[in-house]
Design a protein around this ligand. Structure first.
Ligand code: URA
Length: 328
């Protein structure tokens, strides 16, 4: 994506050194036919921009270890955790009773509209996090936003204000979104709006990592939010969002740089803004991820436009309208 001077200025504002990524995209793959989409997360169709060398993989793995460590450190700086941080959720067993209870609750949640969903989140007492919260953090943004951002869990400021990403990490997120012409307002052009939600709606005590049963019980809310927003692109920020949506404990560095899918919606994996605050060089990689998401959006818009032309030509051909128009 060639950058305009406006973009460069915004990147400078974000604290990014301006550089031109060598991004070349492969030709658009065929779009899945309606009904053929896999009803779960799959890694999909846009290849990495360049072949991944073993050397790169090792470096990414090291970076991921740092990412997890630094992100944990960020969260824990406010207050030390009572328990040691947990490994990846997907790698931990979840009690079968929790899975069953969550599945039952999910059925009801999937029938809720926006007001009922907000109410259900606000009054949720499905896990122990309800005991320590000041308030739930539902999510913010346009209810039909084309972009959806999924983060991890509320921190102290979010718990205080009832809105996701309002601390320093949130300011960075807003600056990154601004650079793409996006914001979190609830009104305006849905194409220029995001809806921001977390995997957990309540703050884990001491900002510790989300635990598997908490994620399991909270998940239906996020799933329903995605169903209601019907975003055209999802950005999964940080490992807990990735685990929740893609069901993998693969490190971020191995997952970023290509398109995945969640329920048929293109999904891009990127670093968590709290991690980026401490790892400035990776801001450039996060910017690349946002550019990939923008590219996927543009590509899908072109594909949809082409589909409509084909559909209207097919209708015209059936009704004879196209033939008549073409007649001299
Ligand atoms: N980090 C998150 O993942 N979500 C928030 O809302 C705040 C910080």
């Amino acid at each position: 994506m060639p950058w305009s001077e406006r973009h460069r200025a915004m990147l400078r504002e974000m604290g990014l050194r301006v550089w031109q990524p060598a991004v070349t995209f492969a030709p658009a793959p065929p779009r899945p036919r309606a009904g053929s989409e896999t009803p779960q997360a799959v890694t999909a169709d846009v290849p990495a921009r360049r072949p991944t060398l073993d050397r790169d993989r090792d470096r990414d793995r090291d970076r991921d270890r740092d990412h997890d460590h630094d992100h944990d450190h960020d969260r824990l700086r406010e207050a030390p955790p009572a328990a040691p941080s947990l490994p990846a959720t997907a790698a931990l067993p979840i009690d079968a009773a929790v899975v069953e209870a969550a599945a039952e609750a999910a059925e009801a949640v999937y029938r809720l509209d926006w007001p009922a969903l907000r109410e259900a989140v606000a009054s949720c007492r499905a896990c122990r996090l309800c005991e320590g919260r000041k308030q739930t953090v539902f999510g913010v943004g346009h209810e039909q936003a084309h972009w959806m951002i999924v983060g991890e869990a509320p921190g102290a400021q979010e718990d205080e204000q009832g809105e996701p990403f309002v601390g320093a990490a949130g300011q960075l997120l807003d600056a990154m979104l601004r650079a793409l012409g996006l914001d979190r307002s609830a009104t305006g052009d849905a194409a220029e709006r995001v809806f921001i939600a977390n995997t957990l709606k309540c703050r884990p005590p001491g900002n510790r990592n989300p635990q598997p049963d908490e994620m399991q019980r909270c998940e239906p809310f996020l799933v329903r939010q995605i169903q209601l927003v019907r975003p055209r692109i999802i950005l999964a920020m940080g490992r807990f969002a990735v685990q929740a949506l893609l069901r993998t404990s693969e490190p971020i560095g191995r997952l970023r740089g290509r398109a995945h899918r969640y329920q048929g919606v293109p999904l891009v994996v990127t670093y968590h803004p709290a991690y980026l605050l401490r790892n400035l060089p990776d801001k450039a990689r996060a910017w690349e991820d946002l550019c990939l998401a923008a590219e996927l959006m543009a590509r899908n818009a072109v594909a949809s436009a082409a589909d409509s032309v084909i559909a209207s030509e097919a209708t015209d051909a059936t009704t004879g309208a196209a033939g008549e128009e073409r007649r001299p």
